[in-house]
Design a protein around this ligand. Sequence first.
Ligand SMILES: C=CC1=C(C)c2cc3[nH]c(cc4nc(cc5[nH]c(cc1n2)c(C)c5CCC(=O)O)C(CCC(=O)O)=C4C)c(C)c3C=C
Ligand SMILES: [Fe+2]
Length: 420
Amino acid sequence: MDPEGSAEPRAALDGVSRRRLLTTVGAAGAGGLALGAAGGAAAHAAAAGDAPDPLSAVGSGTVAFHGEHQAGITTPMHSKGHLIAFDLAPGAGRKEAAALMRRWSALAARLMAGRPAEGDDTGVALDAGPSSLTLTFGFGRTFFSRTGLAARRPAGLDPLPAFSADQLDARRSNGDLWVQIGADDGLVAFHALRAIQRAAGNTAGVRWQMNGFNRSPGATARPMTTRNLMGQVDGTNNPRPSDPDFAQRIFVPSGGEPAWLAGGSYAVVRRIRMLLDDWEALSLTKQEQIIGRRKADGTPLTGGTETTALALDELGADGKPVIPANAHARISAPEQSGGAAMLRRPFSYHDGIGADGTPDAGLLFICWQADPLRGFVPVQRKLDRGDALSPFVRHETSGLFAVPGGAREGEYVGQRLLES
Ligand SMILES: C=CC1=C(C)c2cc3[nH]c(cc4nc(cc5[nH]c(cc1n2)c(C)c5CCC(=O)O)C(CCC(=O)O)=C4C)c(C)c3C=C
Ligand SMILES: [Fe+2]
């Protein structure tokens, strides 16, 4: 039996969507094809003469692979995510890296369209639709020296400065290559993760992997913005694609430096552990003062609704700012750091209980910007000096990746760097 769970040779399944496959297999059901348990229901319906069940709204979500920018940057937050970094194998250079990016790009295009991997699919996502799957690829600083391309390494990949509160694990930081996988179904996300790992072959080995989650689409009516594991509404004041300066802040412009990165972006990835026992011991009032917003709905302490601007100058009856001077939302606001802005698109994570007996849980903080020196760095510098949230979080890992622009039809991600 082939890896898709069908008695037919795997090659016969190439070129069809997973849903079409179910219909086809279902129609031939009496011919003795064996399906996995999950595929069985649809096959049964089709064999009985009914149309296969339509995909749910969640399953049918599709994000295009080709485009000006890679998918997974402005894509709405996913409910499941995997972050995985690879190092090139000893002896693998530019040629092997180019072949890998070509393989990964073809694979990503297939999977994002809801099709199985070519040749040897594991079958894990056999009965699911694309579920808004995205795969996003980035290059770390070390990629350029390993591939003989040091001269073309962008200045934006210069190492991030050390921050006083950093407690970074170097083995789980950075890496030659980075892949962000997001989907609104856990099996679809895992399927893509394994396919990417397997397609790396002997060219690259896994350096680290992290798994995250967010609210499932449709789980709540309001608030629409997700919550983090401290219970705060998190993501309210993100730049919006409709903002006039959005593209300029998030994407490297064409005509900018380096040319191969046009349409691309930089991702800063920090695994930030939340010290949840300490945080949860605080009163609600204290928690709200630390952030500067109400916990229930994310409204600023100065009033309004979730999306009302913070009235940073407003004083209370005691003559002190209503939003405290060290509140996280005040300190991280762009006007505090010369207009520095970033698009935050994180996942929560929970890896059980740590060696210290407290939850190993927190935020896989991912932020996107056209230039880390005008996005993450000034804001984190500011937070490092006086954020009321700092005693309740610990930055444990760090990564910085240049994420090329999207591939055009017939192109692979990174081709403009690797073949010019
Ligand atoms: C260096 C950048 C940032 C880090 C690191 C960071 C960590 C972090 N943040 C929260 C929770 C919230 N952050 C909020 C706002 C906010 N945070 C940053 C930057 C970093 N946060 C920015 C730029 C902003 C927006 C500021 C603004 O423009 O007003 C909020 C408020 C709601 C919102 O706007 O999203 C919360 C809540 C945690 C828990 C955390 C580390 C674990
Ligand atoms: Fe924040």
